[in-house]
Design a protein around this ligand. Sequence first.
Ligand code: GLC
Length: 784
Amino acid sequence: MLEDSSFAIHPGGQSETSESGYKQLGDYVRHEQVEGGAAFHCINGSVKVLFYRSDLVRIIMNPHQEPSTKHNPAVVAEREETVVVMDEEDSHILLTTSALHLQIEKSPFRIHISDGSGRPIVTEYQQGMGYNSKGEVIAFKDCEETDGYYGFGEKAGFLNKQGEEYTMWNTDVYAPHNPETDPLYQSIPYFMGLRDGKAYGVFFHNSYESTFDMKTSRDVFSFKAAGGQLDYFVCAGPSPKEVLEQYTHLTGRMAVPPKWALGYHQSRYSYESETEVREVVKQFLNKEIPLDALYLDIHYMDGYRVFTFNKDQFADPKRLVQDLKDVGVHVIPIVDPGVKKDPEYSVYVDGIKEGHFCSYLEGDLYTGDVWPGESAFPDFTDERTRKWWGDLHEYYTELGIEGIWNDMNEPAVFNETKTMDVNVMHRNDGDPDTHRALHNLYGLQMGKATVDGLTNQLDGKRPFLLTRAGYAGVQRYAAVWTGDNRSFWEHLQLSLPMVMNLGLSGVAFSGPDVGGFAHDTNAELLTRWTQVGAFTPYFRNHSAIGTVYQEPWQFGETYEELMKTYIRLRYVFMPHLYSLFYKAHLEGEPVMRPLLYEFPEDKKTYNINDQFMLGDNVLIAPILQPSVTDRAVYFPEGTWVDYFNGDVYEGEETHLVHAELDKLPIFVKRGSLLPQGSIKQSTKERDDGLSFHIYAGEHETYRTTFYDDDGETTNYVQGEKLEVNLTIESSDSEVSVTLERGEGTYRPNYEQLVLVVHELQGRALKVNGVELDGVDDVFSIPLP
Ligand code: GLC
């Protein structure tokens, strides 16, 4: 292709700069107060400022008409009643809430935003905001060299995006994901800024192709979109946790996932027959390697027609699904959006008859090539079509299937542009617009269609959806896997900042293909990757057609044992993970966190790519290179205890840690608590033992909430859940634990809690004020 050759740097090929014909808003002319904010009229356009809450403001600039306050499907929040104080001076107007200060300069018109303490967060650079003759809208903001930029969804490269430029345009990228490979499959036009230890968020509410530029200049960053309004939300922070709460208030949070979705998942492009599928599952059972789900990639279908099975290879899918479920394994089939153009295929015929497929303004059907050959694409922007598509899933749920894998939903098309013609017209729930405007929403809307359908059909059970493409808000419907990576050590490395930044972008449930998709994996890489995978929010081993098989036993017994140990450890950590997923559900907190999330004042954490936290007290520092058995680990504030051997490390220092291939370095913060479950073949097995490991501290106080529920139904929404609020206080003479039952009526089958105290060192253990007797620092108490 031309863009892959030297033609790409042809001197005549340098494009016009986006500043060409750039027009600023110009001077302020007048303003009026509107509900929740104010409207400003300037020489070259109008701006609306609307407070959604005291800590969340929306700014909409429209050069040509009244700013529209419509939401795209990312946004679920409604504007709440907010006290906004307005003051006018000669030169400026002030809009103030308890958490945000907006100083609006009149000449030239500028909006400078500070947080509740008056600290500038998003202030306008001298070019302000405006638009150009190409229809692009642009905002230029001040930036300091030490500012950190995080989030942006699924991006390659390092954790801190200062000095980078990113485009949002959902794209199928099979070529190797290099640090500069951009865009990928997800578009989340959002970032969290970090300045002097305080955080804020910016969500660019525009679904056109957009670009964030933190690269071109040292003192300005900009974001622009190819069309639409300049419409963005600012989250006040000031902590990363508050930013996530604010951003996910706006774009929604995930449901509590079914527990089986958090277990170990095995996939392959493809397990091609029922016999092969049964054989793989049998191996897991015989080898006692836990397994909760097995994926059916495109070969299960009849000629790649979605909602069909290839009856030669899968004679009795219902039986297969049921037999596997009986042994704790869920079957997850892939469902792509492309519907084969075939007049004898009912999905195509009905879709045509009922007008569900994407077409041009003139009425011609759009078709493009994907796996089945020439295919039509459902118009998921339309509720009627979403309903139709959702209902079609009865085909799978009738078979007992509870999880679906959406792929190719950028949508990917095998052509030069890799996607649908941007001139296709979408119905867009009564507000028709082009694919150019709505491309980035296609995967999100497919997710909505699928989850709504499954939810209706599953009779109170929780559905699971995995998706490749998405947009801001995708966390409401699906877990995200990071697409076609390769079996390179570099891809293991880049998966960590990628998943951490997804977490900071509201997507708590994500992970890469463990072992690598394309290219051949090897024993050491797969072992190290499986160790890491056991602690990433989503844990699936998947590999491509034509590559070596990479199930955990493929490289001999030594490696198999190592991988089995860590897959099992995933289940031991399940109560901790599940409690973290509950926090993602409640407040949008990431499960896998960069260190800066917990320690935003510690500058050393700002670009740590190769360590992460699981919650606020577990630090993981994997080995990410071949033949390496020692690595430097940075420990933030506090004292940290090696999970395996109890070695102690002082924080705010870097230590050398030794880790042979059998070891993933895991550390727990002293003073804190870690719930631990037991090894299981799958999450279907009963929870027998639950223990709370207390890492006794010196003078620390630690608070946390342990969460549990039935793990499979939506009854938790009605209060069938267990919350235990815990406080651990360590002093010279005692370690005191306060437990109280929080909300909820769920009674688990464990009635006792085991408290294992590390480093009690002769001190008394008190639970709710009463001193307990234990054996070897192990205590048993009834569940409150
Ligand atoms: C795409 C997906 C990959 C899948 C393959 C075949 O490349 O990203 O995961 O295995 O298609 O369906």
